[in-house]
Design a binder for this molecule. Sequence first.
Ligand SMILES: [Cu+2]
Length: 320
Amino acid sequence: MKRINRLYPILLGALLIASADSCNSNDDLGSQDISIPGVTFDGDIDCCSAEEALQVFRFLETVNIIPELSTVVDGKYNVFAYSRTGNFNVGYNDIYFVATKKKNGNYVKNFEVTGLTPHMLMVKMGMKHSTPVSGPAESFSDSYPAVKRAWVSFIMSSGESGSWTIGYNLDVLGSNGGIEEADITVDPLPAGQDWVKSFKVGNDTYYISVVNPLDLKTGANTLKAYISKKSSPATTPYALATESFKVDIDPRMPDMGNHTSPDNTELTKQADGSYQGTVNLTMTGLWRIHLTVRDLQGNVVAGGDNLSDGFSSLYWDVTI
Ligand SMILES: [Cu+2]
């Protein structure tokens, strides 16, 4: 009980800040009897402080659980997986993971998610392939390390041609577990959205995935992407390409005479392995972002060829 008393002022402080900058009052959090549903703060050093737990709790209200990928480890820990919608779509998807201790419901600060392995079984072709994935899941916020994030970029949707599964490994405070192979559904993207494309350099196939394009707004945006390399055998998840490229972007509005916009900058490789540049979307609607991939010497290795409209045949579609 002493521990709870000590944490109480911290949590109250966090709540006052939280309620001051939010118009959405939450009765559970706003009452004097502060609690996070299902969480007991008993000073467990493996788990979040009240302040961290509150941030995790609030973050989890912005995403939706993926029941197929949630599991129990060693009878002691619940692990929950989330995506923005609770579903998967073709192209880039963030997957978030949280582990809780069954005994107090609190979020475990540090655990490992590795070996994320999506497979598509192509029924008629009788073959299996994987798709681009991130490396091990990492904490994506310094203020609440207990949420780990990984990503998958699906190159095909579930349907007549085949079905998808995902597996992954867990290490929660020395207890091992995970999911071997859970059936999942990958939804096609709506018309006007096309977020992952492949290109070939010699005998190698690469996939270029734009990250969370629905976050793009009118005006200048940081545009983030990943370039992954198809594995051999194709059942091995496709890791980030070790080769480095530069990607010119040429955003056009095909429904408006293919006008472009000023002040776009090429995508260059960052320390974290992603590619980033600036895209300026001057109005809402369908933007076709034509891509020209160059090696570091500047030679065009993919895209840049002209279709009948005069623009690169390698492109993403993003409708904002
Ligand atoms: Cu397939």
